[in-house]
Design a protein. Structure first.
Lengths: 211, 211
């Protein structure tokens, strides 16, 4: 049976609407109070796993799910061994460098060498500053990265920005965009190559159903 | 001013009660709908930062908070450069190896070499199996680790267990305990050594206030 890894959080609603276009209904996952992490599609022909966004490529890489939806930001940060089938266009956001609005910096190059940059995206942040030839000390955080500059722990942050509201509420401004991100359809490479678990049937339909 | 990093989640309520015993009231953080990540104590003499459990030692290591409360599990996994002042006794849980109840394994040594073990505690899991001299493939997950054995991705998991309810609900059984964990009071080493930010005043009182 086809198994699909779906990400909890911001991309879930659009991901479910997308699979609905090829006849796979996983709306049970959106019911308030749902605690199930696995559901069958309404027609019983496929299964969805509800997992953290960062775990989607893990399930797909190990072949426990043949398909998954995940943000480009996660693919850039983790570089998993999965087949990137298509950019789905939804879930638009950007990975950006931001600083306190009161700081004197107007571009990432203005940051002082060996300053601290707080981020959940340690590898992406590191690669960006290496490319600028600016040595910085990346402080890895799991949540509320905006607290870094507020508390004075870090001069800057590298974080995902969608509407910009969180930055604004915390007195931060965007200096520079590192890359923009949208949701991607990914597949387990071997299952995709060999058309296992109904991928030969569903993948052309899914590609055709991109809005 | 003394700044204290408090962990979101399971340890928060007991942590706030603990600081209340030395006259520092951070109950504002418990108000329903609170969105503030920084609050002053009611008497205005100290500040609390509300951060993810894994971020507590980061704020303390960099000295942005002079004190923090964090689970021993996080200290074991991250090994941060902080001073461990005291075991606070609350927040009891254990890091354990678990497998499907239907599996033939009755101890961690029974697991087949090169099997997969899913965990958020990658370093602790790795160290445990190295010590057993059992080579395993650790699959790093961020959430819902119990899905690993259920989907067949992993033969076992290494995860925190408190009541055991999540394991039971998912048809898993505990094989072996790796270590037990409770909340710890930690300090920024230099601030502690030099009695900065009122640590000379608060630390003896805090040690005396352990239940």
């Amino acid at each position: 049976m086809l198994t699909i890894a779906l990400p909890k959080g911001a991309l879930l609603k659009d991901s479910i609407a997308y699979f609905q276009r090829v006849g796979l209904n996983f709306e049970a996952l959106l019911e308030p109070g749902n605690r199930q992490l696995q559901v069958l599609s309404q027609d019983g022909r496929a299964r969805a796993l509800l997992v953290r966004a960062q775990d989607v490529p893990v399930y797909v890489q190990y072949g426990q799910a043949q398909l998954g939806i995940v943000g480009y930001d996660v693919l850039r940060e983790k570089n998993p061994h999965v087949a990137k089938l298509a950019d789905l266009g939804f879930g638009q956001c950007r990975l950006s460098v931001a600083v306190k609005a009161s700081s004197p910096y107007r571009s990432a190059r203005d940051l002082p060498p060996h300053c601290r940059v707080a981020s959940k995206f340690v590898r992406c942040a590191d690669a960006f500053f290496q490319q600028l030839d600016l040595p910085v000390d990346i402080v890895p955080l799991y949540g509320s990265v905006e607290l870094g500059p507020i508390t004075g722990m870090a001069e800057a942050i590298v974080d995902l920005v969608s509407t910009g509201r969180t930055l604004k509420e915390n007195g931060l401004v965007e200096l520079e965009q590192i890359f923009s991100s949208t949701a991607y359809l990914i597949a387990h490479p071997r299952s995709y190559r060999l058309n296992l678990n109904g991928l030969g049937h569903y993948v052309p339909q899914l590609i055709g159903a991109i809005a």
